[in-house]
Design a protein around this ligand. Structure first.
Ligand code: HEM
Length: 450
């Protein structure tokens, strides 16, 4: 549990720094425990990761300030250079100078009317998964949710433009890519070494680019077919009525799948894990799914009635925010918590820390979906929206927030209307804090509802 709010905001240096390596080993060994220990020392806490000093934003006011000022706290510097080299220069990775134009181009693809169409694709993929499960089967929920969300990402992006083997190939590249990218960011000096992992990574990246390039070229030629995210991107025009170049389109697609698929699958995996450990919340979810869906797959129209499902997803996102740590580079000298940070400094925004503050969330370490229930008198949610950061904040706030919440609620409620997932006795569930915060593995037994 993290401490109560205290004013004025205090800067501090994290204790336990070793010569040369600083806090690198402590961070590398157990980043969540290490980050979770920092607010006890101050509101802006400096940590040393070998040659890199990082200022961790441990107070929500500092996080809001940094996220609202993308010009001063930008997605530039060596970390983002590396991410852009690997992932491409898409909306989720671009710097401030390019951001507004890219956001305007992408926004229409995420409009509400488009979302209801994507929900139909989600429904089909969820139904296929629910049909595949068998009573008594043990599934790794991390793998199952990842396969589901990548299939949904690929199909909403490309409609029927990819066949099953291409979709499987894309999913495989994504997997290798996501597993490798965190190490490459944390230990950039290892990226040039001819290790098997680096070779796999480079191969997967090249394959991914080839797949995406092919689908984009095909999309340009085929102007007919069902509307999908790719057709929205092909139609997109900025202020000067320019569309996207071939390279830009490929980068946007790569970044969209990367930003959207593993985050949503992690949110779902954590939701199942938390439900498995909290029978009362699980009973409530099963009751809601049964009453609203009665064994059917949820549709876009069902969403307003899936209120407990929505609270479970939010509470899982609070306790285990998939985007658990996002760095920013200071572009001009600025003052934060009474300390002057020179240009080039790195700050780290971590929703994981901010979501476990006792001042904001009573009993912060407990899974309590009911904390999201609106107050019966005022009708307002007791948790201020500005203290909930799983999707970031400011101009770069997640463009896929509604997409993700729709997908997670549809999947959770639909699967729960057919199946129960029970924890496998003796299996220990450990968080893996890589690019995305996800359980390492999550074996669960599929049983019938009754
Ligand atoms: C539970 C699921 C998700 C979580 C937790 C999540 C989290 C985030 C966060 C924290 C950011 C802010 C990054 C920053 O400020 O640097 C972000 C941005 C973004 N996300 Fe998501 N995301 C999720 C799902 C999705 C989905 C489904 C999509 C697309 C289909 C998506 C696409 C993006 C894009 C394109 C950005 C960049 C926005 C910008 O810079 O303007 N995300 N996401």
């Amino acid at each position: 549990m993290l401490p109560l709010d205290s004013a004025p905001l205090r800067p501090a240096l994290a204790p336990g720094s070793w010569p040369l390596v600083g806090h690198l080993f402590r961070f590398g060994r157990d980043p969540l425990r290490f980050l979770g220990s920092l607010p006890a020392h101050g509101d802006l806490v400096e940590i040393r990761l070998a040659v890199q000093n990082v200022h961790v934003l441990c107070h929500p006011d500092l996080a809001r300030r940094a996220l609202a000022d993308g010009r001063t706290f930008d997605r530039t510097g060596p970390i983002y250079d590396r991410i852009r080299t690997d992932m491409g220069n898409g909306l989720a990775t671009c710097a401030h100078t390019d951001h507004r134009r890219q956001r305007l181009l992408m926004q229409p693809a995420f409009r509400r009317d488009r979302l209801s169409r994507y929900a139909a694709v989600m429904q089909e993929e969820i139904a296929a998964l629910a049909d595949r499960w068998r009573p008594g089967q043990v599934v790794d929920v991390v793998d199952a949710m990842f396969a589901l969300t990548t299939s949904i990402a690929v199909r909403t992006l490309f409609s029927s433009r990819v066949d099953e083997s291409t979709a499987a190939g894309l999913r495989h590249c994504l997997d290798v890519f996501l597993r490798g990218s965190y190490t490459r960011v944390l230990l950039p000096f290892t990226t040039a070494l001819p290790t098997p992992a680096n070779r796999r990574f480079t191969r997967a990246l090249a394959q991914w680019r080839a797949y995406v390039g092919g689908v984009v070229a095909d999309g340009r030629q085929r102007q007919s077919g069902p509307p999908d995210l790719l057709s929205s991107l092909l139609e997109a025009r900025d202020d000067e009525q320019s569309g996207m170049s071939e390279r830009e389109l490929a980068d946007q697609i790569a970044v969209l799948v990367l930003a959207g698929a593993e985050t949503t699958s992690a949110a779902l995996a954590w939701s199942w894990h938390l439900l498995g450990a909290h029978p009362t919340a699980e009973e409530e979810l099963l009751a809601e799914a049964g009453a609203v869906l009665g064994g059917a797959v949820a549709t876009w129209q069902d969403l307003p009635r899936l209120v407990h499902t929505d609270r479970v997803v939010r509470e899982a996102l609070r306790l285990y925010p998939p985007a658990w740590a996002l760095p920013r580079t200071v572009t001009r000298a600025t003052e934060l918590a009474g300390r002057t940070l020179p240009a080039g400094s790195t700050v780290l925004f971590s929703p994981y820390i901010l979501h476990r503050r006792a001042g904001t969330y009573p009993e912060p370490d407990r899974f309590r979906p009911e904390r999201w229930r609106p107050d019966p008198v005022s009708g307002r949610c007791p948790v201020p929206a500005t203290d909930f950061f799983p999707f970031g904040a400011g101009a770069t706030k997640c463009i896929g927030e509604s997409f993700a919440l729709t997908e997670a609620s549809l999947a959770l409620a639909s699967l729960a209307s057919r199946w129960r997932l029970r924890p496998v006795p003796g299996a220990s569930v450990q968080p893996a804090a890589r690019s995305v915060l996800c359980p390492r593995t999550l074996p669960m037994r599929v049983t019938g509802r009754h």
